[in-house]
Design a protein around this ligand. Structure first.
Ligand SMILES: NC(=O)c1ccc[n+]([C@@H]2O[C@H](COP(=O)([O-])OP(=O)(O)OC[C@H]3O[C@@H](n4cnc5c(N)ncnc54)[C@H](O)[C@@H]3O)[C@@H](O)[C@H]2O)c1
Length: 259
């Protein structure tokens, strides 16, 4: 039986860990060829071997804040597999020195803006010409539930960067809708990945404080995000663009949660 994205070519940034990794695995299982861009070169090599070698997956070292490297990533997809059908612009960071606005310094602010927001601008700018030429394509940008809700446990630059990703996604979705290119934002709730584990390892109380607000009473799993990304990448979501796709265990709909 054919997969849901059989024969499509996908680019995934941050594909060596967490949500990106689960999505690369799912995309391959559903018949896609995938080009993974990350800075985790060892993990990238292991992943290519795990998933069947260069016929199916190619790893490219990419710092998503570099225009040259991002352009080369998308060109690799076109040159190696013949098209750029899906772009999952997902790489992001959540460093501990990004905290309350009162203690977050300009360097920490700028670093997060570069990796989380400028990167998505660069990836969309690189992917769109291929997709416009094909008259078809699906871009999924990873924002976050913090793009639509405020938290007293602040990470000020992270939240602002994700708000930027969401607004940019909406605008691109509107602008390119009649050219066959769909652009949607995945807004995960807290997901059980190294990014979240690192953040909460230093502060279990903060983790517990967040858990209280999730109606389902647990963090999400990367595979649950991969299912949502697959939906947005595939023709199953063909009438969706410029969308804020919240996959958050009910957080954004909750006022009082069960005990
Ligand atoms: N985990 C969560 O709770 C959560 C919630 C909402 C949104 N998100 C977002 O989901 C995305 C993925 O997060 P995750 O939890 O899977 O994180 P993760 O830390 O498990 O994986 C992130 C990946 O991005 C890569 N990366 C980091 N900086 C890079 C750079 N400059 N260039 C290229 N690659 C780089 C890392 O090497 C890693 O492989 C991020 O954008 C994150 O902000 C995560």
């Amino acid at each position: 039986m054919a997969g849901r994205i059989e024969g499509r070519v996908a680019v995934v940034t941050g594909g060596c860990s967490g949500i990106g990794l689960a999505t690369v695995r799912r995309f391959v299982a559903e018949g896609a060829k995938v080009v993974v861009g990350d800075i985790a070169d060892e993990a990238g090599k292991v992943l290519v071997d795990e998933l069947g070698g260069p016929e199916v997956v190619t790893y490219v070292h990419v710092d998503v804040t570099s225009k040259e490297e991002v352009d080369a990533l998308f060109k690799t997809a076109k040159d190696t597999y013949g098209s750029v059908d899906i772009a999952f612009n997902n790489a992001g960071i959540s460093p501990p020195d990004d905290d309350s606005i009162l203690t977050t310094e300009l360097d920490a602010w700028r670093k997060v803006q570069e990796v989380n927001l400028t990167s998505v601008y660069l990836c969309c700018k690189a992917a769109l010409p291929y997709m416009i030429e094909q008259g078809k394509g699906s871009i999924i940008n990873t924002a976050s539930f913090v793009a639509v809700m405020g938290a007293a446990t602040s990470q000020i630059s992270y939240s602002a960067s994700k708000g930027g990703v969401l607004s940019m996604t909406r605008e691109l979705g509107v602008q390119f809708a009649r050219e066959g290119v769909r652009v949607n934002a995945l807004c995960p709730g807290p997901v059980n990945t190294p990014l979240l584990q690192e953040l909460f390892a230093k502060d279990p109380e903060r983790a517990a404080r967040r858990l209280v607000h999730i109606p389902m009473g647990r963090f999400g799993e990367p595979e649950e995000m991969a299912s949502a990304v697959l939906f947005l990448a595939s023709d199953d979501s063909s009438f969706m663009t410029a969308n804020t796709f919240l996959v958050d265990g009910g957080i954004s709909g909750a006022y009082v949660t069960p005990l």
